[in-house]
Design a binder for this molecule. Structure first.
Ligand code: NAD
Length: 358
């Protein structure tokens, strides 16, 4: 198993270093993986004049999974658009055909106070949101601007999904629900949109192959409301690109700690790119204070979804849980006055907790 490690910019290298320590620790216990590192984003631009250097893309293509830190930073903001760090990310996702975005929203009991919702509403929350990543109104054509006969300007986009696009994300949704709480909620706007009527039809057809998974449908406006009213009612949510964009951000904020949340983008064969949901945090880069747990938990997702190694994934998640239970906190998840540790120390604490499991 090969992992391409792309640290990127800002806090990327610091947090990825901690995740690599975790991988090394699992290797010592027998996990058969190899890692190789390459630059992406601003680091790619500085190394090779391209946010996605050819050598980096080649490494990623040859790997089974990719671990990414984050890209971007103020010193790259003035570059021409094709040279900007985020282009590296968009291009690698496209080049690798990563059409499913998996965004868990989890709240550890110990951190329930960090949410803007009451702790009892979110303590123990564990939702998985699947967002289709390569279709919908973000990619549909025609799109553009025109001037109407009366001289008024008009902007337009096209929402569309083909049957096969819906079918493949629905299959992923059911398969993931099957491994979790066996409940899938498909979110659409079928009371208004023809695209959504087809979406619902196709999801219902796919459901016949998964009789053990309980399927429900919800309109997106209601889903947005239910996520803040009673988020624990959800297990897995599957939805299109634009609804997923909005709902996954809403759900991640339920947890109140951006430094804790991993994500995955998968292709049709479960090859995946794994990364924390946060950015490169240039405001704290290089100071050894960033929280590396989202990146470490991204490795757990990698082990579960690409390498089908549930045992190793659970080991990492249990180690993180133990560290939190022991009161180890980086600044972003500490309460006022609580003692904090740095990025390296947090990584070391997780490695030590892994060691203590054996
Ligand atoms: P950000 O997520 O980098 O930071 C938002 C806030 O959260 C900052 O105050 C930051 O210090 C804090 N934060 C983020 N991650 C943290 C962590 N692990 N530990 C502790 N605190 C953390 O978002 P931003 O400030 O809007 O963007 C900064 C740069 O990152 C920009 O260049 C942006 O384009 C880029 N970005 C990249 C990605 C990505 O690589 N996937 C995603 C979002 C933003």
């Amino acid at each position: 198993m090969k992992i391409a490690v792309l640290p990127g910019d800002g806090i990327g290298p610091e947090i990825v270093r901690q995740a690599v320590k975790v991988i090394e620790r699992l290797k010592a216990d027998g996990l058969a993986v190899e890692t190789a590192t390459a630059p992406i984003g601003g680091a790619g631009y500085e190394a090779a004049g391209d946010p996605l250097p050819d050598a980096t893309l080649e490494l990623a293509r040859g790997a089974d999974a990719i671990l990414l830190g984050a890209v971007g930073g103020p010193k790259f903001d003035t570059l021409d658009r094709p040279l900007r760090p985020e282009q590296g990310l968009l291009r690698i996702r496209k080049a690798l055909g990563l059409f499913t975005n998996l965004r868990p929203a989890m709240v550890y009991e110990e951190l329930a106070d960090a949410s803007s919702l009451r702790p009892e509403l979110v303590a123990g929350l564990d939702i998985m949101i699947l967002r289709e990543l390569t279709g919908d109104i973000y990619f549909g054509s025609p799109r553009g601007r025109r001037t109407l006969d009366n001289g008024e300007r008009e902007g337009f986009d096209t929402m569309k999904y083909s049957e096969s696009e819906i079918r493949r994300i629905a299959h992923v949704g059911f398969a993931i629900a099957r491994r979790r709480g066996k409940k899938l909620c498909s979110v659409d706007k079928a009371n208004v949109l023809d695209t959504s009527i087809l979406w619902r039809e196709v999801v219902n057809e796919v459901a016949r192959e998964y009789p053990d998974v309980e399927l429900s449908h919800m309109y997106v406006d209601n889903a947005a409301m239910q996520l803040v009213r009673a988020p624990k009612q959800f297990d897995v949510i599957v939805t299109g690109n634009i609804f997923g964009d909005i709902l996954s951000d809403e759900a991640s904020m339920l947890t109140g700690s951006i430094g804790m949340l991993p994500s995955a983008s998968l292709d049709a064969n479960n090859k995946g790119l794994y990364e924390p949901i946060h950015g490169s945090a240039p405001d704290i880069a290089g100071r050894d204070i960033a929280n590396p747990l989202a990146t470490i938990l991204s490795v757990a997702m990698m082990l579960r979804y690409t390498f089908a190694n549930e045992a190793a994934a659970t080991r990492i998640e249990s180690a993180v849980r133990k560290v939190l239970r022991d009161g180890v906190r980086t600044g972003d998840i500490a309460k006022p006055g609580e003692r904090t540790v740095g990025t390296e120390q947090m990584g070391d604490a997780v490695v030590a907790a892994l060691g203590a499991q054996r």
